[in-house]
Design a protein around this ligand. Structure first.
Ligand SMILES: NC(=O)c1ccc[n+]([C@@H]2O[C@H](COP(=O)([O-])OP(=O)(O)OC[C@H]3O[C@@H](n4cnc5c(N)ncnc54)[C@H](O)[C@@H]3O)[C@@H](O)[C@H]2O)c1
Length: 346
């Protein structure tokens, strides 16, 4: 067995993608699997590795270097702390935790134990988003003026995703997380947030203005009330010299987009399609591979505790803004959260 001995807890929808990515990682070897559902754990293990239905048992019985946590949101903190307590690097699904105190507990424990934390913000690994980020960073659109991120869903998420106590909110704290971290990556640090929602912290609809430190403004809109079957996660960027559109990411995986070019760029008055092929599930696998590679090499994770915490802070600011009907600065959220990230400096 070579590479990081890696376990996984949570073998549901996204856990199956992590499982496949751990199996194909050049830097890790699948060493154990765990799910509350013993039959799911057994079938996922495929007879290759031990299967558990309790995380503590997996940690006690197996010598692991890293653990992927693919559990419902409210379980992220306890699972991460248990894995860190066993000396493991931890790769968490989004969101890092359901509140800033949870983010800080994980980051502090990891720093004390000398292990790394990574959060899979997989849409940053989607190649059309990466290409758009490179274009913006190189000044290819001129000065960035605005970003737009859409999230129209026509079918509701069910099960635990309907329970705000488990999700830590509503649609924003669930699929909306992808929209927020993407705006951070493309537009830079967010300094203030103004938001409206139907029911903050149990929202089915949200509209958010993000003010970035460098000047651009991002508009993020999410809703469960799209036409049946819709999955629209388009992203637009507008600069002084040009514009660009990523037609979607998960939209192709969900079957709402098929042949549309994934990235179109308007420069010199002409729109042209850029041939950047990729797929949502490939972005998940790439995100997992890159996190495991960073753990193995002792490099900072692509998205570490500080960056992932900043995403949760923006969402908290959006909830406060919608509750109070006023603009909220990120400084206020950080000041009242009680602590900084406490982890590594990224
Ligand atoms: N990156 C993405 O695009 C994406 C997509 C889907 C989900 N997610 C994230 O992945 C995480 C999991 O979501 P999901 O949709 O895969 O959920 P899911 O309900 O499909 O799977 C969760 C699994 O965890 C297991 N589980 C629950 N409690 C457990 C416990 N105490 N010990 C062991 N196993 C337990 C369940 O039996 C289930 O198999 C969430 O953080 C979610 O936001 C991300």
């Amino acid at each position: 067995m070579s590479g990081l001995r890696t376990g996984i807890v949570g073998l549901g929808e996204i856990g199956q993608h992590h499982l496949g990515a751990i199996r194909t990682s050049a830097d890790a070897t699948l060493a154990a699997v765990c799910d509350l559902d013993p039959e799911l754990a057994r079938s996922s293990a495929g007879g290759e590795v031990p299967a558990f239905s309790d995380l503590d048992e997996m940690l006690a019985a197996t010598d692991l270097d890293a653990v992927a946590v693919c559990l419902p949101h409210s379980l992220h903190v306890d699972a991460a702390l248990a894995a860190i307590g066993s000396g493991c690097h931890v790769l968490l699904e989004k969101p890092f935790a359901i509140d800033l105190a949870g983010c800080d507990r994980i980051a502090a424990a990891a720093a004390a134990a000398g292990v790394e934390v990574a959060v899979s913000h997989n849409q940053l690994a989607y190649l059309p988003h990466r290409r758009l980020g490179e274009l913006i960073a190189a000044g290819g659109l001129g000065d960035l003026r605005a970003l737009y991120a859409r999230l129209w869903i026509g079918d509701r998420y069910r099960g635990w995703r309907e329970d705000p106590a488990i999700v830590g909110g509503g649609l924003l704290m669930d699929a909306g997380v992808h929209r927020v971290y993407l705006m951070q990556a493309l537009g830079g640090e967010v300094v203030a947030v103004t938001a409206t929602m139907d029911s903050p912290r149990a929202e089915e609809r949200f509209e958010i203005v993000l003010e970035h430190a460098g000047g651009p403004v991002a508009l993020v809109q999410g809703s469960y009330f799209g036409p049946a079957g819709t999955f629209d996660d388009r992203v637009d960027a507008v600069g002084t010299d040009g514009a660009a559109v990523v037609a979607g990411c998960e939209a192709y995986f969900e079957g709402d987009l098929r042949d549309e070019p994934r990235l179109r760029v308007r420069l010199g008055g002409e729109w042209r399609a850029e041939d950047v092929g990729d797929a949502w599930d490939a972005s998940v696998a790439r995100s997992v591979h890159e996190a495991l590679a960073a753990f193995a090499a002792g490099r900072p994770a692509p998205v570490g505790a500080t960056a992932a915490r900043a995403t949760v802070a923006i969402i908290e600011a959006a909830y406060r803004s919608a509750e109070r009907g006023e603009r909220v600065e990120l400084d206020e959220v950080d000041a009242t959260a009680g602590a900084g990230a406490g982890g590594e400096g990224r």
